[in-house]
Ligand binder design. Sequence first.
Ligand code: NDP
Length: 466
Amino acid sequence: MASSDYQLFVIGGGSGGVRAARIASGLGARVAIAENFRYGGTCVIRGCVPKKLLVYAAHFAEDFADAQGFGWTVPPAEFSWPQLIEAKNKEITRLSGLYENNLKGSGVEVMHGAARLVDAHTVAVNGQKITAEHILVATGGTPFVPKIPGIAHAITSNEVFDLPQLPQRVLIVGGGYIAVEFAGILNGLGARITLCYRGQQVLRGFDDDVRAHLFEEMVKKGITVLLHQNVARIDKLNDGSLSVPLTGAQGPTLEVDAVLYATGRVPNTQGLGLAAVGVALDKAGGVVVDAFGQSSIPSIHAVGDVTNRIALTPVAIREGAALANTLFGPTRTSADLTTVPSAVFSQPPIGTVGLTEAQALARHGEIDIYSSKFRNMRHTLSGRDERTLVKLIVDTASQRVLGAHMVGADAPEIIQGLAIAIRMGATKADFDATVALHPSAAEEFVTLRDKITRKRDTRQPSAPDT
Ligand code: NDP
């Protein structure tokens, strides 16, 4: 298709799309990209980055309180939500500009506007038809909210970052990443938080000990966590507050100032014209792709959250880079997604890599479990009753470490390093042979001695993930 306007047209200026565009351009391709909101995508504009800034902000409440144990007299601190949001917005604007400038600096043609597919090689942007040899759909995802009466009164992670004031009483619905992260943020900033989750423990899919530990710590911090509960409806009262009856047995009716839904995200494929040009979508609307990011139409590709697989920024970045290399580099490349570490920026945070105990048992049959719960040195003087959990899961036969999990201060920072060791196939003996770094919480990972061995009961079917 020598006559195409571009060799690659990217729809969506988030992490995956931007990486693919820049690498493709660097490999000599003629590339254009269109974004209908702000460059940077969910992660930069209303996800990872502003979330982490708010996590830092929220932590100061405990830091001020803990300082007294170390001899500081801290005058009563005051917090201004509008000031925080303004500072956050400034940083997001800076980063978004950086994304756009980096694209331009890499030789990519940058467009503002919603792109729609016309056919397998044509998109329409702002009424203009543009042809391309390859089209990359990198439009990310959007919050999912169930259709319950009064749902229009609820907000999602799209709105929470820009509320004019901090609501005093907040109900958070859901028990996943966003729910527990915002429970910690808003609680730390001074709101009264109730989290309601329909299942039996928050963070389904994580290691059970991690889930239970975080639950305990959240409760200790004053967050009300209601399990086996869901929202029946949301009624707006005359004074502007919201009345929310819950559906579980003896479910209370809550009165709050805001209801934050964090009930998952769905791929952003509506209105793109994908189905009309024959691109296969899954039940959730995600673009079905092969290991190389190619959809059912050979010239159309997809990376990141829109493919409804692992919805994490670094994964989208890897997929975007691999796609650009496949299309314009010397070799076909697929993103290597073995041992993807992940963090939940709850309070305290979680870092995790590899298999959970339940997954390891199901896959390996016999495993050794090492774990420790302890009080961080900081809290000997702060007096805070917060515990850290570290846990290693080891394959009994090969002694390879299959999973490492941590709940506690700096867990994401610590687990990133362990992810390298685990990916390289480190054994428990390798961990033991590593000299501890003292005094730290991380050293627990190389000093774990007490072992529990578990064997899969082959007479029992694997327990469902609850
Ligand atoms: P998650 O999939 O993590 O959690 C969704 C939660 O909502 C689950 O507890 C789920 O319950 C519950 N839920 C789903 N549908 C309903 C419903 N109809 N009624 C009541 N509850 C419901 O989604 P999030 O929105 O928290 O985050 C989306 C994704 O974004 C994450 O999976 C993650 O990939 C990514 N993310 C990553 C972060 C990080 O890396 N730190 C931070 C934030 C997001 P159940 O368990 O029963 O299904």
